[in-house]
Design a protein around this ligand. Structure first.
Ligand code: TAP
Length: 451
């Protein structure tokens, strides 16, 4: 190790842990162990891999409270959210524990013999995750990858490595073979880049910013390895005049301020039909000012701090030339606090185009359905979005017109482990979760048997 780095509690701005910073040769040693472990894992009967993943899920569930408490301290997530995240990891593992026995190929009619396809694991899969949802984003990669017979090397973000490290320990406690699921802490430019360049890492899953994701994809292209990218977003929450306005306004803060806006699916643009624009803002204001920001260990807290002092500065920079309509409140004192903020914007404004990744939402008016779709699509991103209308036909038309990977009508839900998740345009490449995710961690081999 070339040393360690310090992990900070963002709610108190105090040091929490010292974590090893892996060197490139240490990453290479980890990959050698992964290659060895993968051979034995892939050779197991499918039912044995399924049982092992169910046991991993059981152990994660049994340690759910500990994982949640750790996430609160490392990421500043409110305890209720952190408990949901820990439970979600166990659910994702359980869901993909059903996959090893379902990864069947095809028998294809051919002349003169028998043609069969096999779904074969890539080998070692490298997973690189960001700091905003450290546990869940990791599980979306490692659960289906392991189910499909791969070994996994996981690099958590330097800001939030603690729950990933704990999951690595729990995998061993659950009896997964040594080397099958390894967590490597260190910098993106060393550990992440080595996953991209190492010939024995045969697939990469990257969740993070569009900027770094583009570099990772270019590196994977050079190494001729597949990559899944889950990147940034600037999702629209579209409110039509015929919507249940009370419900739309009451739910809008949660759709953007959840996890302090550090959410790739944050509905950070609210597009409101002009005829109800003033009324909607009147309804939104009390919902925003009532948003409870504070100690993430309190059950009543809805929003914790931002992840770091540097990130708080970046978020604040978006307000320099913005028209602030109203703000909620946040603690003063230690911790990287930022009050929920509502800004009135024009389509070309920076705040309406770029991902803030903080608790700031831009509100923009639109005229009609076509205008709403045009504005919703008027950013580089295409991850998520919501449509509020009482008209079924409008809900169908607009959801088909908006170029985003995950949309919901009269709700803000984006994530269910059994439905596909991922972005269009600058928001990503490929899909995670859903019924097909384990297949995405296999290569198809076709074998012809002459008879
Ligand atoms: P990034 O700065 O892109 O970092 C993401 C991960 O990549 C971290 O582990 C980072 O390591 C690593 N990394 C940095 N440079 C690298 C390099 N050159 N090669 C390989 N890996 C490298 O993103 P972030 O700031 O942590 O996360 C915020 C972004 O993630 C937002 O844009 C957000 O929208 C996006 N996000 C998307 C989703 C989905 S599912 N679409 C989910 C969550 C977040 P270090 O820790 O060392 O920097």
């Amino acid at each position: 190790m070339t040393g360690t780095f310090t992990v900070i509690n963002p709610a108190t701005a105090t040091p929490l842990a010292e974590v090893p910073r892996a060197t490139e040769s240490e990453v290479d040693a980890v990959i050698v162990r992964a290659v060895a472990a993968q051979r034995g894992w892939a050779a197991l009967p499918p039912v044995a891999r399924a049982d092992a993943l169910r046991e991993f899920a059981r152990v994660v569930e049994a340690h759910g409270e500990g994982l949640a408490q750790l996430e609160v301290r490392n990421s500043g997530h409110p305890i209720g959210s952190a408990r949901w995240e820990a439970a979600h990891v166990a659910q994702v593992l359980n869901f993909y524990a059903g996959a090893p026995e379902r990864l069947s190929g095809q028998q294809i009619p051919v002349a003169g013999g028998l043609d069969v396809t096999f779904h074969e694991p890539y080998g070692v899969v490298g997973i690189i995750v960001p700091w905003n949802f450290p546990m869940t984003t990791a599980s979306w990669g490692f659960a289906p990858a392991l189910a499909a017979g791969n070994a996994v090397v996981l690099k958590p973000a330097e800001l939030t490595p603690l729950t990933a490290m704990r999951l690595g320990e729990l995998a061993l406690e659950a009896g997964l073979p040594e080397g099958l699921f390894q967590v490597v802490t260190g910098s993106g430019s060393v550990v992440g880049q080595r996953f991209v360049s190492h010939p024995d890492v045969r697939k990469v899953v990257f969740t993070g910013s569009t900027e770094v994701g583009t570099d990772v994809a270019a590196g994977c292209a050079r190494a001729l390895k597949p990559v899944t990218l889950e990147l940034g977003g600037k999702s629209a929450n579209i409110v039509f005049a015929d919507a249940d306005l009370e419900k739309a306004a009451a739910s809008a803060p949660g759709a953007v301020f959840d996890n302090a806006g550090q959410d790739c699916c944050a509905r950070s643009r609210i597009l409101v039909q002009r005829s109800v624009y003033d009324r909607f803002l009147e309804l939104l204001e009390p919902a925003v000012t009532a948003w409870r920001v504070g100690d993430p260990l309190l059950e009543s807290t809805e929003m914790g701090p931002l992840i770091s002092a540097a990130h708080r500065e970046t978020v604040a920079s978006f307000l320099d030339d913005a028209r602030v309509a109203f703000r909620g409140s946040a603690p003063t004192g230690d911790g990287f606090w930022f009050a929920p903020t509502v800004v009135l914007a024009e389509p070309a404004d920076r705040i309406a185009q770029e991902e803030v990744f903080g608790p700031v939402v831009a509100v923009l008016p639109f005229d009609d359905e076509a205008d709403a779709i045009r504005l919703a699509n008027d950013t580089a991103y295409g991850l998520a979005g919501s449509i509020w209308t009482e008209s079924l036909g409008r809900g169908i038309r607009v959801s088909r017109g908006v170029k985003s990977g995950v949309l919901s009508v009269n709700s803000h839900s984006s994530v269910r482990y059994w439905t596909p998740f991922g972005g269009m345009k600058a928001s990503g490449l490929g899909r995670e979760l859903g019924p097909d995710a384990a297949e995405h961690f296999t290569e198809i081999k076709n074998v012809f048997f002459a008879t």
